[in-house]
Design a binder for this molecule. Structure first.
Ligand SMILES: Cc1cc2nc3c(=O)[nH]c(=O)nc-3n(C[C@H](O)[C@H](O)[C@H](O)COP(=O)(O)OP(=O)(O)OC[C@H]3O[C@@H](n4cnc5c(N)ncnc54)[C@H](O)[C@@H]3O)c2cc1C
Length: 367
């Protein structure tokens, strides 16, 4: 790409990389990332799971539509497979968990690959070491996602399509003159008729820079720890239906989270010791694996719109300034379909029929 691009994408996480790749099939694209490295914020800190039936109806549709797109993308981008099969078991330990599980099962009823119900003894049998469980659910259609592999493949694909990536280029001033946006960074300034704000937890900060009304996005901190242990054979991912913890095998360790959701400012999230201790205690109480210590812990931000649906497109009063945000806890598992939807909205091309979500369902105008 020489000279001014057609589209400037701000933010080099999975959101920015995936939508930039899809847009580059139609337009010239410049991707700007504030940090010296890509994917160091939410994208590099996720649990990297693909779980059919996760999230709002819109996210469930995007996750479903992404299932065949993951292998198709791996082929298109000449990358190894992005998904590795994973069994997920949900367990309800008390009345609150049981109520939540019934609610989830009602939502999953229409999901072709959605989880199905298990009685208490069946749930205990589906997860080694699991005790005192009232009832549960299971799916074998979930997967571990190679999130960093997927992100890297999108970036390579973007470059192959003639796109340019500039790191250390935090957008610090955004102005509009005539029909053109100008984005200023320490690495230079660029103009384009379209800007995509894919800055994750900073999306509203970037919108405010451009004089665009923020969307009311809220970042929430989530903590993950790795606890070394001898994993029983056949260990699935286990999720407490009441969302007090989840855990899954990760190499020679168990990855654990207390399912925390603490409102935070955009930034470099750090784990809180109390959240790490809670994760260890709750998983140990459910599984009795003898977990005593954590090898490492980290935290990241999951950023949601007020209705928890994704945010894609421009407000009529700010044409050409497109949000691509609000991926919450589903930015990896929904990336292939959401990026295709985002590119269609930004370029004004038809939404691919398999995506099955209409632009008005994700438009900022709904908020
Ligand atoms: C603990 C945890 C577990 C998760 N587990 C899962 C899971 O199992 N499955 C799943 O699908 N999702 C999961 N998620 C959610 C997923 O990680 C996010 O939805 C996704 O990574 C969001 O991607 P993003 O590109 O929007 O944000 P980010 O990866 O944060 O990228 C935004 C980028 O914008 C850049 N930026 C900010 N301001 C500017 C600026 N002014 N100029 C230029 N660049 C800027 C930042 O530096 C950053 O690199 C999890 C998240 C967390 C925190």
């Amino acid at each position: 790409m020489d000279g001014s691009p057609d589209v400037i994408v701000i933010g080099g996480g999975i959101a920015g990389a995936s939508v930039a790749y899809e847009i580059a099939a139609h337009r010239s694209v410049l991707l700007l990332e504030a940090e010296p490295s890509l994917a160091v914020h939410s994208t590099g800190r996720s649990a990297a799971t693909y779980i059919p039936g996760h999230g709002t109806a819109v996210f469930r549709a995007l996750i479903r539509a992404s299932a065949p797109r993951f292998p198709a993308l791996a082929e298109e981008l000449e990358a190894p497979p992005f998904l590795r099969p994973l069994t997920v078991v949900w367990a309800a330990f008390d009345e609150a968990g049981e109520r939540e599980l019934q609610h989830l099962l009602a939502e999953w009823a229409a999901e072709p690959d959605g989880p199905h119900a298990l009685a208490g003894a069946e749930a205990a049998g589906a997860c080694p070491g699991l005790r005192d469980v009232r009832c549960g659910a299971i799916t074998e259609a979930a997967a571990d996602v190679d999130a960093i592999g997927l992100h890297g493949a999108y970036v390579r694909g973007l470059r192959r399509r003639g796109g340019r990536v500039v790191r250390g280029a935090r957008a610090r001033a955004i102005t509009r003159t005539g029909g053109t946006w100008r984005v200023e960074t320490a690495e230079g300034a660029w103009t384009a008729p379209d800007v995509v704000d894919a800055a994750g937890s900073w999306t509203d900060v970037v919108a405010a820079l451009a004089g665009v009304t923020p969307a009311g996005l809220t970042p929430y901190r989530r903590t993950i720890a790795l606890s070394p242990c001898t994993l029983p054979p056949g260990m699935p991912m286990l999720i407490d239906a009441a969302e007090r913890f989840y855990c899954k095998p990760e190499g020679e360790a168990l990855l654990l989270s207390p399912g925390d959701e603490t409102p935070a400012e955009p930034g470099d999230a750090r784990p809180d010791e109390l959240d790490v201790a809670l994760a260890l205690e709750r998983v140990e109480e459910a599984l009795h694996l003898g977990l005593r210590s954590v090898r490492t812990a980290w935290a990241g931000l999951r950023t949601f719109a007020p209705d928890r649906d994704p945010l894609v497109g421009a407000r009529p009063e700010h044409p050409g300034f497109h949000f691509f945000a609000g991926q919450g806890g589903s930015g990896i598992e929904s990336a292939p379909a959401l990026a295709a939807l985002g590119a269609a909205v930004v370029t004004g091309t038809p939404v691919p029929p398999d995506v099955a979500v209409r632009p008005e369902q994700v438009s900022p105008a709904r908020l």
